[in-house]
Design a binder for this molecule. Structure first.
Ligand code: TMP
Length: 239
């Protein structure tokens, strides 16, 4: 294990806690089993989720690093804890969609499951009080959320993540419907992929049955979320 000491908690989010460490450039994230939906209105627990999300997200970030996409990942410390680079989060939720689902289907009246002509991208302002409103590129720049160069880097990385993950997951019998990414800035200004890639932040459908293998089971009260999270870990990590 890296020679760092876990220090005081810096922040507790809906699904993770973040701790300072003895190295000012490194944080420890700890994944919880708590689940929320509808901007925090719906609360519950998905037993084992923290372990699945931690291990799956780290697995994907290690693969993405090999593909040339820089991430915040440093080292998995335990089933629920990971050492990451300290970043300042760009306050944007970056959503990529391959297939119509969720809010896209509702907003544009497109049947869930319709394949999109091209993968598409959208941005939301990360602000719980405002309900993460959807914004466009110009809004992001007008609000000084990032520079134009940073936004171009974010878009390039987001589509590269999609291209890699879509193929990779298909080999595990999983369709990547859509997902949300967050990016951060290191102290030297480098943009890196941050947050997590997990069944909380992606829509995964079984390739044969189109069964949900993600948090929609919780969001929509369909049942079976714990089993679905375990199934995703089994398919990707073989356990
Ligand atoms: P949406 O269809 O509800 O807009 O969600 C699109 C994708 O983004 C889906 O894979 C779930 C993910 N997502 C998050 O990770 N966090 C969020 O707060 C929201 C709204 C969506």
């Amino acid at each position: 294990m890296a020679n760092v000491e876990k220090l005081e908690q810096l922040y507790e989010g809906k699904a993770k806690k973040v701790y300072k460490t003895s190295d000012p450039e490194l944080y420890i994230v700890e994944y919880k089993d708590d689940a929320t939906a509808l901007n925090g209105l719906k609360k519950g627990t998905i037993r084992g989720k923290g372990v699945v999300n931690n291990r799956m997200s780290n697995h994907m970030m290690r693969l993405l690093e090999k593909e040339g996409i820089p991430t915040h990942y440093v080292e998995e410390l335990s089933d629920r804890e990971t050492l990451v680079k300290k970043v300042s989060i760009v306050p944007l939720e970056v959503i990529i969609r391959n297939i119509a689902a969720g809010s896209f289907s509702k907003r544009y009246g497109v049947e869930e499951g319709t394949e999109l002509a091209i993968p598409t991208i959208e941005f939301s302002l990360k602000n719980d009080d405002l309900g993460d409103p959807m914004i466009n590129d110009y809004h992001a720049l007008a609000l000084r959320l990032c520079t134009e160069e940073e936004l171009n880097t974010i878009k390039k990385y987001a589509f590269a993540v999609n291209a890699f993950m879509k193929d990779y997951l298909l080999k595990a019998g999983v369709i990547l419907v859509d997902f949300k990414l967050e990016f951060g800035k290191l102290s030297d200004g480098t943009i890196v992929l941050a947050d997590e890639i997990s069944p909380d932040t992606c829509r995964f459908w079984d390739v044969k049955t189109h069964a949900h293998l993600d948090k929609d089971l919780f969001r929509r009260d369909l049942g079976g979320a714990e089993e679905a999270y375990q199934e995703m870990m089994k398919r990707l990590l073989g356990e």
